[in-house]
Write a protein of this length. Structure first.
Length: 223
């Protein structure tokens, strides 16, 4: 059954901001090296960075009808996460849809398909992560769903999960684990700063991380 779910639970906005500031690499590591989308999901311009709760969209390949339908249920600060029922690189999103999303306060798009009008999107500073850039057009004729569980670029996404995206890729944080991931991420940053200072002072990673014992265990010999 196709459906559009109007109301979803969203995480604390301050927690979302913290995760966005910390970035994909830190958040991914802090939550046990989980949540990453496949590496083909790339930003359309290098400085793109954003975080927000997911509004999920399931479309038919080559058909962007449900993206239009999803705009109505988005709240300011949301991220639109779009996937298709079968593999697609068609240009399902462009400058006009971005204009609509910006008007409704949406902070970015994750789409496991193609986008077009990249010059215009970049000029708008609208962050997009996509599988492909492709001018091939789409139709608006097939039903799908909004705010249902989806798999986007290999990652499970539920409505309201936090999407963190930057030049390192896209990471999904399940909504119910957001507080603990924030704490783990902040602890990781603090630990890395201590390690960074030690490395600046000339200390070797071999000693900092206890790797000499690992080399010996693996049978590595010095000559």
């Amino acid at each position: 059954m196709h459906k559009i779910v109007r109301k979803i639970q969203r995480p604390d906005p301050e927690a979302v901001k913290i995760l966005g500031d910390l970035g994909v690499a830190t958040v991914h590591e802090a939550q046990g090296r989980t949540g990453l989308m496949k590496p083909y999901m790339r930003p359309i311009y290098p400085s793109a960075k954003m975080a927000g709760p997911a509004v999920t969209v399931l479309c038919q390949s080559g058909d962007n009808l449900m993206i239009h339908a999803a705009v109505e249920v988005c709240h300011p600060g949301d991220v639109l996460v779009v996937t298709t029922g079968s593999d697609s690189t068609d240009g399902m999103f462009g400058e006009l849809l971005a204009t609509s999303l910006v008007a409704h306060g949406v902070v970015g798009l994750i789409i496991d398909a193609g986008v077009r009008d990249v010059g215009e999107l970049t000029a708008m500073d609208f962050p997009v992560w996509s599988k492909a850039i492709h001018a091939h057009g789409t139709v608006k004729s097939t039903a799908g769903s909004v705010n249902v569980p989806v798999v986007c670029a290999g990652a499970s996404v539920n409505p309201g999960d936090v999407i963190v995206a930057d030049v390192d890729g896209v990471c999904v944080v399940p909504r119910e684990t957001v507080p603990e991931v924030v704490k783990a991420s902040e602890a990781r940053v603090a630990k890395e700063e201590k390690n960074r200072q030690s490395l600046r002072e000339g200390k070797l990673g071999l000693d900092m991380y206890g790797l000499r014992a690992k080399l010996k265990e693996l049978g590595v010999e010095y000559e």
